[in-house]
Design a binder for this molecule. Structure first.
Ligand code: BGP
Length: 463
Protein backbone atom coordinates (compact mmCIF):
# COMPACT_ATOMS: atom_id res chain seq x y z
CA UNK A 1 0.00 0.00 0.00
CA UNK A 2 1.25 3.44 -0.87
CA UNK A 3 1.06 5.95 1.88
CA UNK A 4 -1.12 8.81 0.64
CA UNK A 5 -1.07 11.82 2.90
CA UNK A 6 -2.87 14.18 0.55
CA UNK A 7 -5.86 12.31 -0.79
CA UNK A 8 -8.13 14.07 -3.32
CA UNK A 9 -11.88 13.64 -3.75
CA UNK A 10 -13.19 10.66 -5.69
CA UNK A 11 -13.28 11.22 -9.44
CA UNK A 12 -10.82 14.13 -9.22
CA UNK A 13 -9.55 15.12 -12.66
CA UNK A 14 -5.84 14.49 -13.24
CA UNK A 15 -4.46 15.56 -16.57
CA UNK A 16 -3.19 18.49 -18.54
CA UNK A 17 -4.28 21.30 -20.77
CA UNK A 18 -3.13 22.24 -24.24
CA UNK A 19 -4.44 24.19 -27.19
CA UNK A 20 -4.86 23.67 -30.90
CA UNK A 21 -2.57 26.48 -32.09
CA UNK A 22 0.20 25.42 -29.71
CA UNK A 23 0.23 21.73 -30.52
CA UNK A 24 -1.44 20.82 -33.80
CA UNK A 25 1.02 22.24 -36.30
CA UNK A 26 -0.13 21.41 -39.83
CA UNK A 27 -0.94 25.08 -40.14
CA UNK A 28 -1.28 24.91 -43.90
CA UNK A 29 -2.63 21.41 -44.24
CA UNK A 30 -5.99 19.94 -45.15
CA UNK A 31 -7.72 23.20 -45.82
CA UNK A 32 -7.04 25.03 -42.56
CA UNK A 33 -7.58 28.78 -42.89
CA UNK A 34 -5.03 31.23 -41.56
CA UNK A 35 -5.37 32.56 -38.07
CA UNK A 36 -3.74 35.67 -36.62
CA UNK A 37 -0.68 33.70 -35.48
CA UNK A 38 -0.02 32.20 -38.91
CA UNK A 39 -0.38 35.65 -40.38
CA UNK A 40 1.69 37.51 -37.81
CA UNK A 41 4.50 34.98 -38.15
CA UNK A 42 4.47 35.38 -41.90
CA UNK A 43 4.66 39.13 -41.49
CA UNK A 44 7.12 39.47 -38.59
CA UNK A 45 8.79 36.16 -37.83
CA UNK A 46 11.50 38.02 -35.92
CA UNK A 47 9.05 38.69 -33.11
CA UNK A 48 9.05 34.97 -32.27
CA UNK A 49 11.77 33.40 -30.13
CA UNK A 50 14.46 31.92 -32.41
CA UNK A 51 12.07 32.69 -35.28
CA UNK A 52 10.03 29.58 -34.57
CA UNK A 53 6.42 29.90 -35.69
CA UNK A 54 3.20 27.93 -35.28
CA UNK A 55 3.70 25.81 -38.38
CA UNK A 56 5.28 22.71 -36.94
CA UNK A 57 4.95 22.48 -33.15
CA UNK A 58 4.60 19.02 -31.59
CA UNK A 59 2.53 17.91 -34.58
CA UNK A 60 -0.52 16.73 -32.64
CA UNK A 61 -2.39 16.82 -35.94
CA UNK A 62 -0.49 13.73 -37.04
CA UNK A 63 0.67 12.32 -33.72
CA UNK A 64 -2.45 12.57 -31.56
CA UNK A 65 -2.65 8.79 -31.21
CA UNK A 66 0.87 8.51 -29.86
CA UNK A 67 0.31 11.45 -27.51
CA UNK A 68 -3.00 10.16 -26.21
CA UNK A 69 -1.47 6.78 -25.60
CA UNK A 70 1.30 8.41 -23.52
CA UNK A 71 -1.41 10.31 -21.61
CA UNK A 72 -3.07 7.01 -20.87
CA UNK A 73 0.25 5.60 -19.64
CA UNK A 74 0.52 8.58 -17.32
CA UNK A 75 -2.92 7.75 -15.87
CA UNK A 76 -4.60 10.89 -17.15
CA UNK A 77 -8.35 10.70 -16.71
CA UNK A 78 -9.02 14.01 -18.45
CA UNK A 79 -7.42 16.33 -21.00
CA UNK A 80 -8.29 19.76 -22.31
CA UNK A 81 -7.51 20.96 -25.76
CA UNK A 82 -9.15 23.41 -28.11
CA UNK A 83 -10.74 23.37 -31.51
CA UNK A 84 -9.12 25.63 -34.04
CA UNK A 85 -11.87 27.83 -35.42
CA UNK A 86 -9.88 28.50 -38.59
CA UNK A 87 -9.35 24.78 -39.14
CA UNK A 88 -13.01 23.93 -38.69
CA UNK A 89 -14.43 26.91 -40.57
CA UNK A 90 -11.58 28.32 -42.65
CA UNK A 91 -13.36 31.57 -43.48
CA UNK A 92 -14.69 32.02 -39.96
CA UNK A 93 -18.26 31.70 -41.18
CA UNK A 94 -19.83 29.44 -43.76
CA UNK A 95 -18.35 26.26 -45.05
CA UNK A 96 -17.21 23.58 -42.64
CA UNK A 97 -13.94 21.79 -43.40
CA UNK A 98 -14.67 18.03 -43.48
CA UNK A 99 -11.01 17.18 -42.81
CA UNK A 100 -11.19 19.15 -39.59
CA UNK A 101 -14.39 17.41 -38.54
CA UNK A 102 -12.66 14.10 -39.14
CA UNK A 103 -9.61 15.15 -37.15
CA UNK A 104 -11.54 16.40 -34.11
CA UNK A 105 -13.79 13.35 -34.21
CA UNK A 106 -10.70 11.15 -34.19
CA UNK A 107 -9.15 13.02 -31.27
CA UNK A 108 -12.33 12.97 -29.20
CA UNK A 109 -13.00 9.30 -29.93
CA UNK A 110 -9.43 8.33 -29.18
CA UNK A 111 -9.53 10.13 -25.82
CA UNK A 112 -12.82 8.51 -24.84
CA UNK A 113 -11.57 5.16 -26.01
CA UNK A 114 -8.58 5.50 -23.68
CA UNK A 115 -10.80 6.50 -20.74
CA UNK A 116 -9.75 10.16 -20.86
CA UNK A 117 -12.52 12.74 -20.50
CA UNK A 118 -12.22 15.36 -23.24
CA UNK A 119 -12.71 18.95 -22.15
CA UNK A 120 -13.08 21.03 -25.25
CA UNK A 121 -12.31 24.70 -25.48
CA UNK A 122 -13.60 26.78 -28.37
CA UNK A 123 -11.14 29.62 -28.37
CA UNK A 124 -7.50 29.75 -27.35
CA UNK A 125 -6.23 33.12 -28.64
CA UNK A 126 -6.57 32.05 -32.29
CA UNK A 127 -8.82 34.40 -34.22
CA UNK A 128 -9.28 33.38 -37.87
CA UNK A 129 -7.61 36.00 -40.03
CA UNK A 130 -10.79 36.68 -42.00
CA UNK A 131 -12.51 37.51 -38.73
CA UNK A 132 -9.64 39.71 -37.55
CA UNK A 133 -9.90 41.58 -40.83
CA UNK A 134 -13.50 42.32 -39.91
CA UNK A 135 -12.31 43.85 -36.62
CA UNK A 136 -11.84 40.76 -34.46
CA UNK A 137 -13.43 41.17 -31.04
CA UNK A 138 -14.04 44.84 -31.75
CA UNK A 139 -16.81 43.76 -34.09
CA UNK A 140 -20.33 42.64 -33.20
CA UNK A 141 -20.45 40.71 -36.47
CA UNK A 142 -17.54 38.57 -35.26
CA UNK A 143 -19.38 37.87 -32.00
CA UNK A 144 -22.24 36.41 -34.02
CA UNK A 145 -19.83 34.44 -36.22
CA UNK A 146 -18.28 32.99 -33.06
CA UNK A 147 -21.71 32.08 -31.65
CA UNK A 148 -22.50 30.25 -34.85
CA UNK A 149 -19.12 28.47 -34.80
CA UNK A 150 -19.81 27.45 -31.18
CA UNK A 151 -23.22 26.08 -32.16
CA UNK A 152 -21.61 24.10 -34.97
CA UNK A 153 -19.15 22.53 -32.51
CA UNK A 154 -21.89 21.62 -30.02
CA UNK A 155 -23.86 19.96 -32.80
CA UNK A 156 -20.90 18.11 -34.27
CA UNK A 157 -19.30 16.87 -31.07
CA UNK A 158 -21.83 17.41 -28.27
CA UNK A 159 -22.99 13.80 -28.36
CA UNK A 160 -19.63 12.82 -26.84
CA UNK A 161 -18.08 15.93 -25.32
CA UNK A 162 -19.64 16.66 -21.94
CA UNK A 163 -17.42 19.50 -20.83
CA UNK A 164 -17.18 22.65 -22.90
CA UNK A 165 -15.16 25.81 -22.44
CA UNK A 166 -16.08 28.98 -24.31
CA UNK A 167 -12.78 30.84 -23.92
CA UNK A 168 -9.36 30.35 -22.47
CA UNK A 169 -8.15 33.45 -20.60
CA UNK A 170 -10.25 36.02 -22.46
CA UNK A 171 -8.32 38.90 -20.88
CA UNK A 172 -5.10 37.88 -22.61
CA UNK A 173 -6.01 38.79 -26.21
CA UNK A 174 -7.38 42.11 -24.93
CA UNK A 175 -4.18 42.89 -23.01
CA UNK A 176 -1.79 41.33 -25.49
CA UNK A 177 -3.43 42.67 -28.63
CA UNK A 178 -4.52 46.12 -27.44
CA UNK A 179 -2.19 47.19 -24.64
CA UNK A 180 1.09 45.35 -24.32
CA UNK A 181 2.16 44.26 -27.83
CA UNK A 182 2.33 40.52 -27.44
CA UNK A 183 -0.68 39.48 -29.55
CA UNK A 184 -1.87 40.56 -32.95
CA UNK A 185 -3.21 43.16 -33.90
CA UNK A 186 -0.47 44.66 -31.74
CA UNK A 187 -2.01 48.06 -31.06
CA UNK A 188 -1.99 50.21 -27.94
CA UNK A 189 -5.42 51.59 -27.19
CA UNK A 190 -7.08 51.31 -23.79
CA UNK A 191 -10.54 52.14 -25.09
CA UNK A 192 -10.35 49.37 -27.65
CA UNK A 193 -8.94 46.98 -25.07
CA UNK A 194 -11.97 47.59 -22.86
CA UNK A 195 -14.38 47.15 -25.78
CA UNK A 196 -12.63 43.94 -26.83
CA UNK A 197 -12.72 42.60 -23.27
CA UNK A 198 -16.42 43.36 -22.97
CA UNK A 199 -17.29 42.00 -26.42
CA UNK A 200 -15.47 38.78 -25.61
CA UNK A 201 -17.71 38.29 -22.60
CA UNK A 202 -20.75 38.95 -24.76
CA UNK A 203 -19.49 36.33 -27.22
CA UNK A 204 -18.96 33.97 -24.29
CA UNK A 205 -22.53 34.49 -23.10
CA UNK A 206 -23.84 33.99 -26.64
CA UNK A 207 -22.06 30.62 -26.78
CA UNK A 208 -23.56 29.62 -23.41
CA UNK A 209 -26.97 30.67 -24.71
CA UNK A 210 -26.55 28.60 -27.88
CA UNK A 211 -25.42 25.63 -25.83
CA UNK A 212 -28.45 25.78 -23.55
CA UNK A 213 -30.82 26.15 -26.49
CA UNK A 214 -29.61 22.81 -27.81
CA UNK A 215 -30.42 21.19 -24.50
CA UNK A 216 -27.53 18.76 -24.64
CA UNK A 217 -28.04 16.04 -22.06
CA UNK A 218 -25.35 15.90 -19.37
CA UNK A 219 -23.37 18.68 -21.04
CA UNK A 220 -21.78 21.43 -18.95
CA UNK A 221 -20.35 24.69 -20.11
CA UNK A 222 -17.77 26.92 -18.48
CA UNK A 223 -14.97 29.38 -19.06
CA UNK A 224 -11.28 29.31 -18.22
CA UNK A 225 -10.00 32.42 -16.45
CA UNK A 226 -6.48 33.26 -15.43
CA UNK A 227 -6.89 34.64 -11.94
CA UNK A 228 -4.06 36.38 -10.14
CA UNK A 229 -4.83 36.93 -6.49
CA UNK A 230 -3.92 40.53 -5.81
CA UNK A 231 -2.04 41.53 -2.68
CA UNK A 232 -1.29 45.03 -1.38
CA UNK A 233 2.21 46.09 -0.38
CA UNK A 234 0.85 47.24 2.99
CA UNK A 235 -2.33 48.15 4.82
CA UNK A 236 -1.87 51.78 3.94
CA UNK A 237 -5.17 53.01 2.51
CA UNK A 238 -3.59 54.13 -0.77
CA UNK A 239 -2.05 50.66 -1.25
CA UNK A 240 -5.39 49.05 -0.48
CA UNK A 241 -7.22 51.29 -2.92
CA UNK A 242 -4.70 50.57 -5.69
CA UNK A 243 -5.03 46.83 -5.02
CA UNK A 244 -8.79 46.93 -5.16
CA UNK A 245 -8.72 48.70 -8.53
CA UNK A 246 -6.16 46.27 -9.96
CA UNK A 247 -8.27 43.33 -8.80
CA UNK A 248 -11.39 44.83 -10.37
CA UNK A 249 -9.74 45.61 -13.67
CA UNK A 250 -7.84 42.37 -14.04
CA UNK A 251 -9.76 39.62 -12.22
CA UNK A 252 -13.31 40.73 -11.47
CA UNK A 253 -13.85 42.21 -14.94
CA UNK A 254 -14.20 38.62 -16.17
CA UNK A 255 -14.97 36.60 -13.09
CA UNK A 256 -18.01 38.62 -12.03
CA UNK A 257 -19.87 38.54 -15.34
CA UNK A 258 -18.97 34.86 -15.94
CA UNK A 259 -20.01 33.57 -12.53
CA UNK A 260 -22.46 36.19 -11.24
CA UNK A 261 -23.81 37.58 -14.49
CA UNK A 262 -22.93 41.21 -13.85
CA UNK A 263 -19.97 43.60 -13.67
CA UNK A 264 -18.95 45.13 -10.33
CA UNK A 265 -20.71 48.50 -9.85
CA UNK A 266 -17.48 50.14 -8.80
CA UNK A 267 -15.79 49.06 -11.99
CA UNK A 268 -18.57 50.59 -14.06
CA UNK A 269 -18.28 53.82 -12.03
CA UNK A 270 -14.52 53.91 -12.47
CA UNK A 271 -14.67 53.44 -16.24
CA UNK A 272 -17.42 56.03 -16.50
CA UNK A 273 -15.34 58.51 -14.57
CA UNK A 274 -12.47 58.13 -17.03
CA UNK A 275 -14.73 58.02 -20.05
CA UNK A 276 -13.76 54.46 -20.91
CA UNK A 277 -17.04 52.62 -20.58
CA UNK A 278 -17.49 50.25 -23.55
CA UNK A 279 -20.49 50.51 -25.86
CA UNK A 280 -23.19 48.11 -24.67
CA UNK A 281 -26.89 47.42 -25.05
CA UNK A 282 -29.51 46.45 -22.48
CA UNK A 283 -30.02 43.21 -24.40
CA UNK A 284 -26.38 42.28 -23.84
CA UNK A 285 -26.62 43.06 -20.15
CA UNK A 286 -29.59 40.67 -19.95
CA UNK A 287 -27.73 38.09 -21.98
CA UNK A 288 -24.86 38.15 -19.48
CA UNK A 289 -27.27 37.97 -16.56
CA UNK A 290 -29.08 34.94 -17.96
CA UNK A 291 -26.07 32.92 -19.04
CA UNK A 292 -23.75 32.33 -16.15
CA UNK A 293 -21.46 29.33 -16.35
CA UNK A 294 -21.95 25.83 -14.92
CA UNK A 295 -18.33 25.66 -13.82
CA UNK A 296 -15.05 27.55 -13.88
CA UNK A 297 -11.61 26.55 -15.02
CA UNK A 298 -8.96 28.50 -13.18
CA UNK A 299 -5.48 29.05 -14.54
CA UNK A 300 -3.04 30.04 -11.87
CA UNK A 301 0.57 30.93 -12.47
CA UNK A 302 1.42 33.97 -10.39
CA UNK A 303 0.07 36.45 -7.88
CA UNK A 304 -0.09 40.19 -8.43
CA UNK A 305 1.42 42.53 -5.88
CA UNK A 306 0.39 46.13 -5.95
CA UNK A 307 1.30 49.45 -4.39
CA UNK A 308 -0.04 52.98 -4.72
CA UNK A 309 1.52 54.91 -7.58
CA UNK A 310 4.82 56.53 -6.71
CA UNK A 311 4.45 59.23 -9.35
CA UNK A 312 1.79 60.55 -11.69
CA UNK A 313 1.52 59.05 -15.17
CA UNK A 314 2.54 61.16 -18.12
CA UNK A 315 -0.80 62.71 -19.15
CA UNK A 316 0.19 62.52 -22.82
CA UNK A 317 1.19 58.86 -22.82
CA UNK A 318 -1.40 56.25 -23.80
CA UNK A 319 -3.77 55.49 -20.94
CA UNK A 320 -2.94 52.14 -19.28
CA UNK A 321 -4.36 50.16 -16.37
CA UNK A 322 -1.26 51.09 -14.39
CA UNK A 323 -2.53 54.65 -14.34
CA UNK A 324 -4.13 53.40 -11.10
CA UNK A 325 -1.39 51.31 -9.49
CA UNK A 326 2.27 50.29 -9.54
CA UNK A 327 3.53 46.75 -9.47
CA UNK A 328 5.10 45.96 -6.12
CA UNK A 329 8.25 43.88 -6.20
CA UNK A 330 8.28 42.17 -2.84
CA UNK A 331 11.78 41.64 -1.47
CA UNK A 332 12.63 37.96 -1.23
CA UNK A 333 9.85 36.80 -3.50
CA UNK A 334 10.36 33.38 -5.03
CA UNK A 335 10.79 33.62 -8.79
CA UNK A 336 10.66 31.54 -11.90
CA UNK A 337 13.44 33.55 -13.54
CA UNK A 338 12.88 32.13 -17.04
CA UNK A 339 9.33 33.35 -17.30
CA UNK A 340 9.78 36.25 -14.89
CA UNK A 341 6.82 35.14 -12.81
CA UNK A 342 6.65 34.98 -9.04
CA UNK A 343 5.92 31.56 -7.56
CA UNK A 344 3.48 31.83 -4.68
CA UNK A 345 1.82 28.51 -3.94
CA UNK A 346 -0.67 29.84 -1.41
CA UNK A 347 -2.22 31.93 -4.18
CA UNK A 348 -4.10 28.87 -5.39
CA UNK A 349 -5.71 28.52 -1.97
CA UNK A 350 -6.64 32.20 -1.77
CA UNK A 351 -8.34 32.01 -5.18
CA UNK A 352 -10.42 29.01 -4.16
CA UNK A 353 -11.48 30.55 -0.85
CA UNK A 354 -12.54 33.67 -2.74
CA UNK A 355 -14.61 31.55 -5.14
CA UNK A 356 -16.22 29.78 -2.23
CA UNK A 357 -17.01 32.92 -0.28
CA UNK A 358 -17.93 35.38 -3.02
CA UNK A 359 -19.04 33.29 -5.98
CA UNK A 360 -21.38 30.75 -4.44
CA UNK A 361 -18.75 28.00 -4.33
CA UNK A 362 -19.34 27.34 -8.01
CA UNK A 363 -17.75 24.05 -9.13
CA UNK A 364 -14.29 24.64 -10.50
CA UNK A 365 -11.04 22.96 -11.36
CA UNK A 366 -7.47 24.09 -11.80
CA UNK A 367 -7.33 24.22 -15.56
CA UNK A 368 -3.68 25.33 -15.82
CA UNK A 369 -0.75 25.57 -13.44
CA UNK A 370 2.82 24.90 -14.35
CA UNK A 371 6.38 26.00 -14.69
CA UNK A 372 8.20 26.92 -17.87
CA UNK A 373 11.96 26.46 -17.72
CA UNK A 374 14.57 27.42 -20.28
CA UNK A 375 17.47 25.12 -21.18
CA UNK A 376 16.15 21.99 -19.52
CA UNK A 377 18.66 19.86 -21.43
CA UNK A 378 21.25 20.81 -18.78
CA UNK A 379 19.28 18.63 -16.34
CA UNK A 380 19.51 15.48 -18.46
CA UNK A 381 20.93 12.45 -16.67
CA UNK A 382 20.92 9.15 -18.55
CA UNK A 383 18.65 10.60 -21.17
CA UNK A 384 15.99 11.86 -18.76
CA UNK A 385 15.37 15.44 -17.64
CA UNK A 386 15.58 15.54 -13.87
CA UNK A 387 13.01 18.26 -13.33
CA UNK A 388 12.74 18.06 -9.56
CA UNK A 389 11.86 21.77 -9.55
CA UNK A 390 8.68 20.93 -11.49
CA UNK A 391 7.74 18.14 -9.10
CA UNK A 392 8.23 20.49 -6.19
CA UNK A 393 6.22 23.22 -7.92
CA UNK A 394 3.26 20.91 -8.58
CA UNK A 395 3.39 19.26 -5.18
CA UNK A 396 3.47 22.53 -3.26
CA UNK A 397 0.52 23.91 -5.20
CA UNK A 398 -1.40 20.68 -4.68
CA UNK A 399 -0.84 20.88 -0.94
CA UNK A 400 -2.53 24.27 -0.83
CA UNK A 401 -5.27 23.06 -3.14
CA UNK A 402 -5.87 20.13 -0.83
CA UNK A 403 -6.26 22.49 2.10
CA UNK A 404 -8.83 24.53 0.15
CA UNK A 405 -10.80 21.36 -0.62
CA UNK A 406 -10.66 20.35 3.04
CA UNK A 407 -12.16 23.70 3.89
CA UNK A 408 -15.11 23.08 1.61
CA UNK A 409 -14.05 24.51 -1.77
CA UNK A 410 -15.68 22.64 -4.64
CA UNK A 411 -12.54 21.88 -6.66
CA UNK A 412 -12.91 19.01 -9.11
CA UNK A 413 -9.49 18.59 -10.67
CA UNK A 414 -5.95 19.65 -11.43
CA UNK A 415 -4.57 20.09 -14.92
CA UNK A 416 -0.97 20.84 -15.52
CA UNK A 417 0.25 23.15 -18.23
CA UNK A 418 1.22 21.04 -20.02
CA UNK A 419 1.50 17.50 -21.29
CA UNK A 420 4.31 17.94 -23.82
CA UNK A 421 6.65 20.91 -24.37
CA UNK A 422 4.71 23.17 -26.66
CA UNK A 423 4.84 26.30 -28.73
CA UNK A 424 4.29 29.30 -26.46
CA UNK A 425 3.28 32.20 -28.71
CA UNK A 426 6.04 34.81 -28.97
CA UNK A 427 8.19 32.72 -26.64
CA UNK A 428 7.90 29.76 -29.03
CA UNK A 429 9.98 26.94 -27.50
CA UNK A 430 12.00 29.09 -25.10
CA UNK A 431 10.43 27.86 -21.86
CA UNK A 432 9.47 24.21 -21.63
CA UNK A 433 6.42 23.25 -19.58
CA UNK A 434 5.81 19.59 -20.42
CA UNK A 435 5.84 16.38 -18.46
CA UNK A 436 7.15 15.04 -21.72
CA UNK A 437 10.05 16.65 -23.51
CA UNK A 438 10.01 17.24 -27.21
CA UNK A 439 12.94 17.11 -29.57
CA UNK A 440 11.80 19.61 -32.18
CA UNK A 441 14.15 18.23 -34.83
CA UNK A 442 13.16 14.59 -34.57
CA UNK A 443 9.77 14.93 -32.87
CA UNK A 444 10.94 12.34 -30.36
CA UNK A 445 9.01 12.29 -27.10
CA UNK A 446 10.80 11.47 -23.83
CA UNK A 447 9.27 11.38 -20.39
CA UNK A 448 10.77 13.71 -17.81
CA UNK A 449 11.17 12.69 -14.19
CA UNK A 450 8.03 14.69 -13.37
CA UNK A 451 5.99 12.49 -15.71
CA UNK A 452 6.74 9.40 -13.60
CA UNK A 453 5.89 11.33 -10.48
CA UNK A 454 2.63 12.67 -11.91
CA UNK A 455 1.68 9.19 -13.09
CA UNK A 456 1.83 7.91 -9.51
CA UNK A 457 -0.11 10.87 -8.14
CA UNK A 458 -2.88 10.32 -10.69
CA UNK A 459 -2.93 6.60 -9.94
CA UNK A 460 -3.16 7.09 -6.18
CA UNK A 461 -5.43 10.11 -6.41
CA UNK A 462 -2.98 11.92 -4.18
CA UNK A 463 0.51 11.67 -2.78
C1 BGP B 1 -1.47 30.58 -20.37
C2 BGP B 1 -2.02 30.14 -21.70
C3 BGP B 1 -1.29 29.06 -22.36
C4 BGP B 1 0.19 28.93 -22.05
C5 BGP B 1 0.55 29.30 -20.62
C6 BGP B 1 2.01 29.50 -20.35
O1 BGP B 1 -1.65 31.95 -20.24
O2 BGP B 1 -3.37 29.73 -21.58
O3 BGP B 1 -1.59 29.12 -23.72
O4 BGP B 1 0.96 29.42 -23.05
O5 BGP B 1 -0.11 30.44 -20.19
O6 BGP B 1 2.42 30.81 -20.64
P1 BGP B 1 3.52 31.16 -21.71
O7 BGP B 1 3.31 30.28 -22.86
O8 BGP B 1 3.26 32.59 -22.07
O9 BGP B 1 4.82 30.98 -21.03
Amino acid sequence: MVNVEYKFPKGFWWGAAASAPQTEGAAREDGKGQNIWDFWYEKEYNRFFNNVGPEVTSDFYHRYKEDISIMKDLNFNSFRTSISWSRLIPEGVGEINPKAVEFYNNVINELIDKGIEPIINLYHFDMPLTMQNKGGWESKEVIEAYASYARTCFKLFGDRVKWWITFNEPIVPAEGGYLYNFHYPDVVDFKKAIQVAYNTMVAHARAVEEFRKLNIKQGKIGIVLNLSPTYPRSNNSADLKATKIADMLINRSFLDPAANGRYPEELIELLKQYNHLPKFTELEIDLLKNNVVDFLGINYYQPRRVKAKASMSNPEAPFMPDFFFDEYIMPGRKMNPYRGWEIYEKGIYDIMINIKENYGNIPCYVSENGMGVEGEERYIVNGEIQDDYRIEFIRDHLMWLHKAINEGCDVRGYHLWTFIDNWSWLNAYKNRYGLVSLDLETQKRTLKKSAYWFKEVAKNNGF
